[in-house]
Write a protein that binds this ligand. Structure first.
Ligand code: TYD
Ligand code: MG
Length: 458
């Protein structure tokens, strides 16, 4: 074993990059003035990341490795289960990240309270036992096999873990835990690295799955330690707008499953409710069609859903026109507005444009372009799009409507929700026949065609 040594190193608090000296600008992520000084003990820096058995291992022929299916513990919540890829893998370490107050503790507690097959140790460095009890009561669960420990010292946590031998360990949150081996305070890059490395070692050696909860900062990165993402087996991000009730659980990294899964929840008075049909939630029931709204079909994760995009176009009150977007990429909106100016003669310079994706969601699927463009046009000419029309398609720089992925699923979803017509990119269907789906499929090749079809002849 190497000799115990402490040295001072500098970490970038944005991305976790390590440097022997202080730097003004991080060479890894480009952040300015982000380096913080930390004392680290270097004895077990290598051992800490690798379980003992891995250090002395020899090369093995791949064909000689015994195949064992990883054991999975099913989670009570179907959405969480799916995002994990079918349950929590024994010996794995997963991280659930999200902004403070988004509902991470609620999500984990709600699931852990309903697990009967294993004893769960819930370590909370943030809330008192009584607060946890109050929350559990609110979630309507009796507590089952859940044990709580309010502790922030890593060493004391391990002492209790030794004594109580849990079947699942939860640490809420990793930023509140500190190891006595380091001088820096809880939440610092060094502490987070050290604590998660120790917990990783524990998970791999004992086979007990560990769930870490971590806060992310406003920019959407895990506060400080990007390194955490490399250490853990899976990173799930819990997101949503705090003013809306929907919450999305996304898998950013998953060694045991796909990262394209998305779970949707709604925060209620009695905890998180699973939303199995997201489209119904995202569409508002307007009796009268109103101008400026268009329904797009987006795919996020594995499921398609219909989303309302709302635009408001008005004459600029001041010299420079305003642009404001929520839930959609601002640069992309500017590109789409430029396409509109060039192709449809939309006089962009004198117009304020506000764009909003209903429900507080953030959508990155380019197939939403067509709905965004149509909503903007609809508001501009002040003509509503009739009920029952959905749109899907990516818009290119010359105003062409480009094919999107999984068109079949998108059309089916719109048909299932009772839409009568769907506008799809030309050539996207590749000869498939949709005449028996109960929905009229209109193929469009150019933005101008959509404009003419919806607004020009009225
Ligand atoms: P919490 O799980 O504490 O968030 P995090 O651990 O991510 O910081 O959830 C915080 C919010 O959720 C809080 O503002 C209250 C709300 N909430 C409900 O609306 N209903 C509930 O049943 C619970 C338990 C919390
Ligand atoms: Mg919490």
């Amino acid at each position: 074993m190497a000799k115990q040594r402490t040295k001072t190193v500098y970490f970038c608090s944005e991305c976790g990059n390590e440097s022997p000296k202080w730097l003004g600008k991080c060479p890894a992520c480009g952040a300015w003035n982000s380096y913080v000084e930390e004392k680290v003990s270097t004895t077990n820096s290598r051992e800490a990341f690798l379980p003992g058995s891995m250090l002395s291992s020899k090369p093995v022929r791949l064909g000689d490795i015994e195949q064992v299916a990883e054991e999975r513990i099913p989670m009570p919540s179907g959405e969480l289960n799916r995002v994990l890829g079918g349950g929590l893998v024994t010996g794995s370490i997963i991280l659930i990240g999200g902004e403070p107050g988004i509902g991470k503790s609620t999500l984990v507690l709600q699931n852990m309270l309903r697990i009967r097959s294993r004893r769960v140790l819930y370590v909370s460095g943030e809330e008192s036992a009584r607060q946890l009890k109050m929350r559990a009561d609110r979630l309507g669960a009796d507590g089952g096999e859940l044990y709580v420990l309010c502790e922030t010292s890593l060493e004391k946590i391990f002492t209790q873990v030794e004594a109580s031998k849990p079947g699942i360990l939860v640490v809420d949150s990793i930023q509140t835990i500190a190891s006595e081996a380091l001088e820096s305070s809880a939440g610092s890059v060094g502490q987070v690295r050290e604590c998660s490395a120790q917990l990783l070692k524990y998970a791999k050696e004992s086979g007990v799955p560990v769930i870490l909860i971590g806060h992310i900062n406003k920019e959407g990165t895990l506060a400080g330690p990007k390194v955490l993402e490399h250490i853990v087996d899976a990173v799930l991000q819990f997101e949503g707008d705090r003013h809306y009730m929907y919450r999305l659980l996304r898998s950013i990294k998953n060694r045991f499953g796909s990262t394209s899964e998305l779970g949707i929840y709604e925060m209620t008075q009695v905890g998180l409710r699973e939303v199995s049909n997201p489209s119904e939630l995202l569409l508002t029931d307007n009796d009268e069609p109103v101008s400026g709204t268009a329904i797009g079909v987006a795919i996020d994760g594995a499921r398609p859903f219909l989303i309302e995009t709302q635009a408001l176009v008005s004459t600029a009150a001041y010299g420079t026109a305003q642009r404001s977007v929520t839930g959609f990429d601002a640069k992309r909106m500017n590109m789409l507005l430029a396409v509109l100016e060039k192709r449809v003669g939309f006089k962009i310079a004198q117009k304020d444009v506000f764009l909003n994706i209903a429900g507080g969601l953030r959508v990155n699927d380019p197939a939403l372009d067509l709905a965004v463009i149509t909503a903007t046009l609809s508001s501009n000419v002040d003509m509503a799009i009739p009920h029952g029309i959905a749109l899907t398609g990516e818009v290119g720089l010359s105003g062409e409507i480009r094919p999107v992925t999984r068109i079949d699923q998108r059309i089916s979803e719109a048909a299932k929700l009772g839409f009568k017509t769907i506008y799809v990119p030309h050539n996207n269907l590749k000869g498939s026949d949709f005449s028996n789906r109960g929905i009229r499929v209109v193929e469009v090749a150019k933005v101008e065609e959509v404009f003419r079809s919806l607004f020009a002849n009225k």
